[in-house]
Each structure stands twice: as C-alpha cells, then as structure tokens.
Design a protein around this ligand. Sequence first.
Ligand SMILES: Nc1nc2c(ncn2[C@@H]2O[C@H](COP(=O)(O)OP(=O)(O)OP(=O)(O)O)[C@@H](O)[C@H]2O)c(=O)[nH]1
Ligand SMILES: [Mg+2]
Length: 417
Amino acid sequence: MAGPGSSFAARRKAVKKGVQFTLLVVGQSGTGRTTFVNTLCETPVIAHKAPVAPEMAHLEDGIKINPVNVELEEDGVRISLTVVDTPGFGDQIDNEFTFNEIMGYLERQYDDILAEESRIKRNPRFRDNRVHALLYFITPTGHALRELDIELMRRLSPRVNVIPVIGKSDTLTPSELQGFKRRVMEDIEHYSIPVYNFPYDAEEDDEETIQDNSELRALMPFAIVGSEDEVEVNGEPIRARRYPWGLVEVDNPQHSDFQRLRNALLSTHLTDLKEITHDHLYEMYRTEKLSRSMVGDAGGPDYSADQDGSVLPEDMATQSVRLKEDQLRREEQQLRDLELRSQRELAEKRQELLAREEVLRNLEARLAQAQTSGTPPPQQQQQLSMSQHGAMHPNLTPGGYAAEEQQHLHNGMQQQH
Ligand SMILES: Nc1nc2c(ncn2[C@@H]2O[C@H](COP(=O)(O)OP(=O)(O)OP(=O)(O)O)[C@@H](O)[C@H]2O)c(=O)[nH]1
Ligand SMILES: [Mg+2]
C-alpha cells in the first residue's frame, strides 16, 4: 500500500531514472478539465476549446482523445507526465459511443504491452502508454451522481484507477460541498463502483501511511479549483480565481483539495497507482483476453472453460506458451526470409563484380597495347583533352571509373587470385 512510508529503494531508483506517469481526464464539457491540467502542469499544455458559432451548436462533434506530454519535477524526481484529455465526452444524446471510445483507448494500451511481452526480441524504443489514473470530473450540480457519471465510472473502473473529483468546486458553498461529497460517496458505495480509494492495510501498513491514506479517502471526491492566473497577495504571486467578493486560492487547503490531490498523484501515490495498474488491472485484462482467445479458438487444442465458466490456470499457462511458440515461429520465418534475401543480394553483387573485372581486364589490355604502340587509346585521348579544359572530375580515370572504385576492383581481383 502506498504512502509516505512506501519503498525507499523505489524512490532512489525513480530519482535517478525519472518516472513516467499517464493521467486521463474525463468529464463533461465545461467542468474545468483544461484549466485543471494547465494548473497541474503549471504551464498551458492544453488549449481551451474555441467558441462554437450558434449555427453549429446543435452538431455533435464526437469524442477526441488527445494525449500531451510534459516534463515535470516533483521533490527532485523527474516525471514524464502524459495527460490524455477527452473533449466531447458526455456531449451526445446517446453516450454509448463515447464510453466505448475511452474503453477502447485503455484496452489498446494493454494490447500493446501484451504484444510486446510476447516478442522474443524486445523493442528498446517501446513506450508503455498504459493509463495509471483516470480523473473523473463530476459536474458541480450539488445534488448527487447522475446516470452518466455512474455508468462511466462503473464501466471503466475494472480497467483503470478511477479517481472522482468535483470540477469548479468553488461554485458550491462549503456546506453544499460537504453534502454533495457525501451523497456522491453514498452513490459510489451503493452501486459498488470500485474507484481508487487510497487503499491501506490496517494490520500491515505503518501508522503514517494509514493516517495519510485515510485522510485522502475522507476528502473524496476531491474538490477541484483551477486557475491559470496569478494574483499578487502580500507581494507574493499566488494562483487564484478573483471574484468581486474575494479570492479563491488554488493551493489553499481551506479553499480546495487541489494541492492534496496533486501531491497524491505526482508524489505519494504515484508508485501505488502504477503498481495497481500493472499488477492488478493489467493482469486481469490479460487473463480475460487470453481466456477469451482460448474459448474462441476452434482450431487449437480444447481449452474450454470450466463448468462455472472460469478457465483453469494450467490452461492459461498452456495458452501463454502457445502464443509464445507462434511468435517464435513467425520470427524464425522472418529470419529465414532475411537470410534468403541476403544470399540473393550477395549473388547479384558477385555477378556485378565479375562483370566489372572483365571491363577492367579489357581496359588494362588496351592500355598495354597502346603503350607498346606508343599512342594513347581513343577514349583516353578524349578525356585527357577534357582535363586540360578543367571539365573532368578529378577522381575520374581513363575509362570513366572513379579512382577509388578502380582501386577497389583491383584489390578484389588480387584477393580472388
Ligand atoms: N468557477 C470556476 N470556474 C472554472 C474553474 N476551472 C475552470 N473554470 C472556468 O470554466 C470554463 C470552462 O473551463 P475549461 O477548463 O475550458 O473546461 P473544459 O472541461 O476543458 O471544457 P471543454 O474543453 O469545453 O470540454 C472556463 O470559463 C474556465 O475559466 C474552477 O475551478 N472554478
Ligand atoms: Mg477543455
């Protein structure tokens, strides 16, 4: 379980190498996703949506999935952060397509890893793009979760660590916010949505970790306030939203949970989110995918599921070996093709070399003949006159061959003899 007490060795390694982290932000249009991302990265990494002309307002744009990379440094650790924004989510009358698009994106990243793992020769430039956390921006209605929110979180939480947040939380008064947070958590519990809830083990974990995680859990869903503007307070620039009645400070824990969430995502819980993604969510996907391909594979051996529909671990292992064997066979074939191609090219080169040797031999014979008769051959005469006019390439020798090439051919002949 993560927290301040999590592995010192892992941290030392992270400081040295830097870490990669991927965050997906989902929420309806106008919930403050772009402002949040730019506040988180302290730089405008995502552009705001351009205003839509009235005559276009009725058109559905569909969802876009836009990843951006940004390099950050947190407590001396370099973080290569990928933020994936999903403009257009929830804007449709029927949102089925947008759910599937996001799910497809998450699963494609798992598929890429699965394919890479079964390769014999790893691609050194392979990039693991699995999403480690999904921030779901709940619209600050002040009521409770809507069907759209429940459906999205329920469907996606088996594939990604879902962290619910309330966007633009400064639109609610403190008591409204408390009531809203409570109702959202009641809904999450009622519908048994397995969101990321800062897990800890009361028996195993140290006190500090338990304390930190239970405090974060109590803050859920995090109240977010974002601002790309800075305001000067007592001569210090602070990030805040200015209203006629005062300031809402982004980093002030009395005003928003932004700082606690940022710290959890990029520092204290980054490793835990990555480990859960790899050890649990990806493993689950992998098992499901392999068992699906076993059941659907009519040509192969009978890997049929157990009576209760589950697949036996031995079958899983066999399937895994079989996939590796297939991969091996494919790579062997590719190697054989490569060898054949190289042999063919070698034979062609040898032919070429022999032809050139022939030309060279003729040339040498003609030169020898010309020397004994005392007159240069006609070709040489012509080129010598070009040389006098400065038009001949300095590397050209009689016969039109480059000097280097002729030397090369000569060496080749000597080797052959
Ligand atoms: N009150 C308040 N307004 C905010 C906050 N964050 C953003 N806004 C404002 O809300 C509007 C929409 O913010 P965006 O960050 O563009 O929202 P978005 O979710 O990216 O919207 P789309 O890109 O259209 O999907 C802008 O006018 C922001 O200035 C916040 O924390 N509180
Ligand atoms: Mg936006």
